[in-house]
Design a protein around this ligand. Structure first.
Ligand code: ZN
Ligand code: ZN
Length: 614
């Protein structure tokens, strides 16, 4: 660095701008700069513009004005403007500075293209992206590692994983930056196995690559892999940060792994990682999805900064755990605090109304979305409304609501109606809803199973076997039920009729004991959904208890006395398992918490928190 440049970089005015924040303060400095005639000093101008545009992005328009007053800005200054705009919601405005570079007869450099490529990635534009790529090739910057990694990221943002991959494969010796970009591109677009292969081949891995890999596993639902990798990351001594922990916490939430989640929370506190809004919100979501609302509330109260997602997350958790009224109280409080609700908030609010059976209130809130908050309801909100009417037994209102929807009714809306038909045993409407679902999504196995349950509940075996035939003809396969339970920080997985667990012998004995004790207590299994004319293969399926029963039995033999048994199931819990679990909670005096596909069931003293509505 030349002495004059060093002098400019440390110029007291530059230091002043960086420490000032308001536009008024910056304007005062600007006046001084004008008085001292510093604006036409190209090196000073570059630093001055960079300190405003990059440290105060909200003042970017003002930096453009300053630039317009100066003569002959240099390449660094114009590149800075492209870079600064690439981070704003209007990245395309950066292109004007590229044109200015060309007009001024300056030669764009590798930084120019790196920033332009970032602009295109942010725009996700299928036109400008490849065009900038073409210019990069023409100008010979395509072998610059930052340009290359930018292009890999760009094509992955444009949804063209194959372009990213072929770009990467053309590079002879990819460096750390490019390798990391490729791992992020693969992991972010679900090509997780290819990402892992590259990741394993990297001679050195920086935290960005680790974070991309862990986030990739977490986002595509491979939560156990995410946690394994996190353990490996610590083992290798790589420094973890907030980004890592958000993915790790989400993985625990997905698994419903409370012990691991709690351990991760302690780890965050021990390592003094800042409880940012994103991380705090992720923790609230995790505790909610593990059915521990006390902890979720504790995190919420401890957070210094909260945003609309933080509030919505806690509200959603309360609704999912059956505390509809508390969810709505929190909504009032949030509005009192001056926080404006968004679409995500209303999903939580409507779910809260639904579980609390507050139809009129739900309708008011739904209407207020457009009337008061100018929000356009998502398909999900319409689904919530159908659920709200349906649960309350107002099936006519539910179907009228669907017919009046301004958007084409989607699977979610019909599915909510079908579930209401199951709760209220309405075969005719259920058949109609299934027809609509199948029109939209031929292979929706959950819908077929729901209708089959409706038939079985009313002992209509012809109906049941018809559904089975339809499924066979349509090539629809029922997703196998799977329940997971966490014991001592390890997640155990059980499928329906699964005998593969190393302690299966003990599980079998415990199952026998449970059914004996239940029979003694006068419990008669609800065999409606089991005893009908079914095919051999499925009979075994039905008679070998459902996966949650296996997981509960395993909980009894492996957890300490009185420790609540927590299960996460991928499908909706069936009536037999639900009734049975209520009895188990009473006869064995044990709290059992089941998170099924839709909601939580807290079983205690023979009752369930869902009040038998699910
Ligand atoms: Zn079951
Ligand atoms: Zn329940």
């Amino acid at each position: 660095m030349s002495s004059s440049l060093r002098c400019i970089a440390n110029h007291p005015t530059i230091t002043l701008v960086e420490s000032y924040h308001t536009l008024k303060e910056i304007k005062q400095i600007h006046t001084q700069v004008l008085v001292n005639g510093l604006l036409n000093h190209p090196l000073f101008l570059g630093k001055f513009i960079a300190s405003i545009a990059l440290s105060h992005p909200h003042n970017i328009t003002y930096s453009t004005q300053i630039l317009n007053q100066s003569q002959n800005p240099n390449l660094f200054t114009l590149n800075t403007m492209i870079r600064a705009y690439s981070k704003t919601p209007t990245p395309h405005l950066g292109f004007q500075f590229y044109n200015q570079i060309l007009r001024s007869n300056l030669s764009p450099d590798n930084y120019t293209f790196t920033f332009l490529i970032r602009t295109c990635a942010h725009l996700s534009s299928l036109d400008s992206g490849p065009a900038v790529h073409g210019t990069t090739l023409k100008r010979g910057f395509d072998s610059d590692p930052h340009v290359q990694s930018g292009l890999i990221h760009l094509y992955s943002e444009l949804g063209s994983f194959h372009s990213s991959r072929s770009l990467f494969l053309e590079i002879r010796c990819p460096d750390l930056v490019t390798q990391t970009a490729m791992v992020s591109a693969c992991a972010g677009s679900g090509h997780i196995e290819f990402a892992r292969k590259l990741f394993d081949e990297m001679p050195h891995r920086d935290p960005i690559a680790w974070n991309a890999m862990i986030a990739g596993y977490s986002q595509c639902g491979q939560s156990r892999e995410a946690l394994n990798l996190f353990n490996l990351m610590q083992f290798e001594g790589t420094k973890v940060n907030e980004v890592t922990m958000v993915s790790v916490v989400s993985a625990c939430a997905h698994l419903g792994a409370l012990d691991q989640g709690r351990w991760v929370h302690v780890y965050i506190e021990k390592n003094k990682l800042p409880l940012t809004v994103t991380l705090g919100t992720a923790l609230i979501d995790m505790y909610s999805k593990c059915g521990n609302m006390t902890r979720a509330m504790e995190v919420f109260l401890r957070m210094r900064e909260k945003n609309v997602y933080t509030w919505s997350s806690l509200m959603g958790g309360l609704a999912m755990n059956g505390a509809g009224e508390r969810c709505l109280d929190l909504f009032s409080l949030m509005k009192q605090e001056g926080i404006l609700p968004n679409e995500v908030t209303f999903v939580s609010v409507l779910r809260g109304c639904s579980v609390a059976g507050l139809v009129e209130k739900g309708r008011e809130h739904f209407n207020s979305m457009t009337r008061v908050y100018n929000l356009k309801p998502w398909p999900e909100h319409y689904g919530c409304m159908v659920d709200l009417y349906g649960r309350a037994g107002r099936l006519d209102d539910a179907i009228n609501f669907i017919n009046d929807m301004p958007i084409k009714p989607h699977v979610g809306a019909w599915g909510a109606l079908l579930n209401a038909c199951r709760i209220h045993k309405n075969i005719e409407l259920g058949e109609f809803a299934l027809g609509k679902i199948v029109e939209l999504e031929v292979t929706n196995d959950g819908a077929y199973v729901l209708l089959s349950n409706i038939y079985a509940d009313s002992r209509n075996w012809d109906g049941v076997s018809n559904v089975r035939k339809l499924m066979k003809v349509g090539g629809v396969r029922k997703e196998p039920g799977c329940s997971v339970i966490e014991v001592g920080g390890e997640v155990h997985e059980f499928f329906v009729g699964d005998k593969s667990h190393p302690r299966y012998g003990e599980i079998e004995l415990k199952l026998g004991e449970i059914s004996r004790k239940l029979r003694l207590a006068g419990y008669v299994a609800n065999t409606n959904q089991v005893l009908f004319d079914i095919e051999e293969e499925e009979k075994e399926d039905a008679l070998c208890r459902h996966s949650e029963k296996l997981a509960i039995a395993f909980g009894f033999i492996s957890l300490g006395e009185g420790v609540p048994i927590r299960i996460v199931k991928n499908l909706r819990i069936c009536r037999d398992c639900h009734d049975g679990t209520k009895m188990v909670s009473k006869v064995f005096n044990r709290e059992i918490i089941v998170r099924d596909r839709n909601r939580f069931h807290h079983f205690k003293d023979g009752e369930c928190s869902c009040m038998d509505f699910w």
